[in-house]
Design a protein around this ligand. Structure first.
Ligand code: NDP
Length: 452
């Protein structure tokens, strides 16, 4: 790594102790930028690496609410407004017990690059709470969401910061958050994306991240004269991204064979078909059950509980392609070796930073098609951008129109990433390409806007 970049990363590490995921994301991104800084000394003079690692603003607030037993509960709310050089802050809200400032800074940092790759005018942000919706009643989730929005509403707005969903924040939570924003501000605006169709949402937004990841896989495989049809695919997670990844894989004639949650994973060698997928959607989105029940419902399926440590047996299942779609650092070096040992052709990240740095290195060295989340899962925020456009127009676009735009945006993300990698002598390296292309777009805007 270039010594200037190394020095900057050390400064960032010293200034942000106890934030390992944030440092991991910064190290991965900046580690690719040495040749860019040599070609563009103005980025170095403008201290763009340092500026981009410092959030423009962080809001942290108390979220008090009352549970069904009448007891007062307190959670912490956070919104990281990372970078607004190319548009309003944009990025999801995560409700999960592991949420801390450093975790959200990593997600917000990734979001800045990702949003730039979509070519749409969106800056980057991320937020959330250590609240765990799992096991809570609807009424508890509603009271929590209302209190969360009461703390957040004054800091967001359709031209300022437009949050969306992420882990633990689906259409139910977006509904409660939107209702509270509207009640407090007396304004019906596109302040959140991921809204229901009848109240300002976009068709294809729920599907967008999963569909987009499969479209990105299509583009990558096409560079080797191959396609996703007929490929056996591993998918982790069983939430929004995983469900619609499976749906698009089925549409395209692939064979998805796994799903998981934090308790364990199922392997269905016959493949998850449309009927089984509808059952999973009902299980996860309506009944809020566990994936273990899939093995009890369908014959020939095995279930393995999650194991502690550096090893997830899901990645030992032989397959052609892998779509990690659960959470960060879910593919360790051991898991990467299992995948490579089974001659995986492509790893396409639906989740954010699901592969550890050691795992990434192994994929890059092996020369497989490896798409980092900031490129492969950009479809979700891209359709959020299209939802913002529809809200501004007071119009709904047809399903076909949104899907075509999503496909064309994923194609354009692939082109930009490939071109940037080639331009800097790293052809085929999607990690380098995504970081370089995303960084340059934001860096140019920041320079044009002065030192702010
Ligand atoms: P959901 O909450 O809908 O689903 C998350 C899934 O991952 C669940 O099956 C959950 O299991 C599992 N999971 C979560 N945390 C862990 C953990 N620590 N260990 C093991 N499994 C875990 O979230 P999404 O599908 O929306 O998000 C999944 C990933 O995709 C995240 O990395 C998110 O940042 C990323 N992403 C999401 C986008 C979107 O549009 N929703 C856009 C771009 C990226 P359990 O129920 O047991 O917790």
């Amino acid at each position: 790594m270039n010594s200037y970049v190394q020095d900057v990363i050390e400064q960032i590490a010293a200034a942000n102790p106890g934030e390992p995921e944030f440092l991991q994301a910064v190290t991965e991104a900046y580690g690719c930028l040495g040749p860019v800084l040599e070609r563009h000394p103005e980025y170095r003079d403008g201290k763009l690496l340092q500026r981009m690692a410092e959030p423009e603003r962080v809001i942290m607030f108390r979220v008090p609410w009352v549970d069904d037993a009448g007891e007062v509960q307190i959670n912490r709310g956070i919104r990281v407004q990372m970078n607004s050089a190319i548009g309003p802050y944009k990025g999801g809200l995560r409700f999960h017990p592991t949420v801390r400032l450093g975790l959200l800074k990593f997600l917000a940092f990734e979001q800045v690059f990702k949003n730039a790759l979509t070519t749409l005018p969106m800056g980057g942000g991320k937020g959330g709470s250590d609240f765990d919706p799992k096991g809570k009643s609807d009424a508890e989730v509603r009271r929590f969401c209302q209190s969360f929005m009461t703390g957040l509403y004054r800091h967001i707005g359709q031209f300022t910061d437009v949050p969306a969903g992420d882990i633990g924040v689906g259409s139910r939570e977006i509904g409660y958050l939107f209702g509270q924003y509207k009640r407090i501000t007396n304004e019906f605006s596109g302040v959140l994306t991921g809204k229901g169709y009848d109240w300002g949402g976009s068709l294809i937004r729920p599907e967008a991240t999963g569909y987009g990841a499969v479209y990105f896989a299509d583009e990558m495989l096409a560079t080797r004269g191959d396609s996703i049809a007929g490929k056996t695919c591993l998918v982790s997670g069983s939430g929004n991204v995983a469900q619609y990844t499976v749906e698009k894989l089925i549409d395209e004639g692939a064979l998805p064979v796994t799903l998981s949650d934090s308790s364990g994973f199922i392997h269905d060698p016959a493949g998850i078909d449309r009927e089984k997928l509808e059952w999973v959607k009902e299980l996860k989105n309506v009944r809020r059950g566990r994936i273990r029940e899939y093995a009890e419902r369908f014959p020939g399926v095995t279930y393995a509980p999650a194991e502690a440590g550096e090893h997830n047996p899901l990645w030992e299942v032989p397959a052609d392609c892998a779509f990690p779609s659960a959470t960060q650092n879910e593919i360790s070096a051991t898991d990467a070796k299992s995948l490579l040992g089974n001659e995986v052709t492509a790893v396409v990240e639906g989740a954010n930073m699901p592969t550890t740095p050691e795992g990434v290195e192994l994929f890059l060295t092996a020369g497989i098609l490896y798409a980092p989340g900031k490129a492969a899962n950009a479809g979700g925020v891209a359709v959020s951008g299209l939802e913002m456009a529809q809200d501004s127009e007071r119009m709904h676009w047809a399903r076909r129109v949104v899907d075509e735009q999503l496909r064309s945006i994923m194609k354009s993300v692939h082109e930009q990433v490939s071109t940037a990698a080639e331009e800097y002598g790293r052809a085929g390296n999607y990690v380098a390409g995504a970081n370089i292309a995303g960084f340059c777009r934001v860096a140019e805007a920041m320079l044009a806007e002065g030192v702010e």
